[in-house]
Design a protein around this ligand. Structure first.
Ligand code: HPA
Length: 264
């Protein structure tokens, strides 16, 4: 981690960043929003996502978004890649040490809410850790007992709704339920998720939120809805579809995130 920090500071300078943004499947071109950008391949950064999933980028970008200095991870590691829920811990710790006070997370997700069809965004208000594993297992300090009330910062959410209204982007809030993947859910699992109060399902984000709250970062997270949950529509759910449909959400996020960044 110290090595990655040194590499980043050598290439991008010492100016602290204000926030960090992680991009989900099919969303990596949101990185185009940065100006005065330095691009550092994850391969050069120990502890950053190696390997990877198609549809995800493989670079750390550091640059300006309006008046804010931002680090963007154009991809992430998922639990389903290797079974380690804490795989993102070194990268998140590095972003915190670079000065990030806020972590913005995006993902692609399946909707359980017929009012939020594919192509829409869903702001995450809370989550259900259905995968049942925790990235802080093995952490030995008392800091492991993280309070998860208001984990998704209420003020940032209110600011986002105001910005979305100004930009005329439809934005509902909902509860994101984490399934480990990589297989998609069964229709029975989707019906269970609905019964339990979830509004969207996905294979990421939750372990990063837990780690970020552990590190004292404010958290904001938004899903780009790429499909209805399994069994809810005729379409065949696939990763190709996730990548294809994510671009509609990406266009909205490209307008929403800069507006939000001006106000954090
Ligand atoms: N389930 C889980 N993860 C997803 C989905 C889904 O339906 N769509 C995009 N990512």
């Amino acid at each position: 981690m110290a090595k990655a920090l040194k590499t980043i500071r050598n290439l991008a300078g010492d100016t602290p960043i204000d926030a960090a943004l992680i991009l989900g499947s099919g969303l990596s071109d949101i990185g185009d929003l940065l100006t005065d950008k330095v691009t550092i391949p994850f391969a050069d950064l120990k502890g950053f996502p190696q390997g990877g999933v198609s549809g995800h980028g493989k670079d750390l970008l550091i640059g300006q978004m309006g008046s804010k200095r931002l680090a963007i991870l154009t991809g992430r590691q998922h639990y389903y890649e290797h079974g380690d829920p804490a795989a993102m811990r070194p990268a998140l710790q590095t972003l915190a040490e670079l000065g990030a006070k806020t972590l913005l997370l995006t993902n692609s997700a399946g909707s359980l809410d017929r009012d939020v069809p594919p192509g829409n965004l869903m702001l995450i208000a809370d989550h259900i850790n259905y995968a049942g594993i925790n990235p802080l297992i093995g952490e030995e300090t008392d800091a492991r007992f993280v309070n998860m009330v208001d984990a998704y910062d209420p003020e940032l959410r209110a600011t986002t709704h105001a910005a979305a209204a100004r930009l005329e982007i439809a934005l509902k809030e909902g509860i994101y339920m984490w399934y480990s993947g990589p297989s998609f859910e069964t229709p029975a699992e989707i019906r269970m998720a609905q019964t339990l109060g979830a509004n969207a399902v996905g294979m990421s984000t939750v372990p990063e939120v837990i780690l970020a709250r552990f590190m004292g970062l404010k958290v904001w997270a938004c899903s780009s809805i790429t499909n209805m949950g399994a069994g809810m529509a005729q379409e065949v759910i696939s990763h190709t579809q996730t990548k294809d449909v994510a671009k509609y959400g990406a266009e909205k996020l490209k307008r929403l995130i800069p507006a939000l960044m001006e106000e954090i």
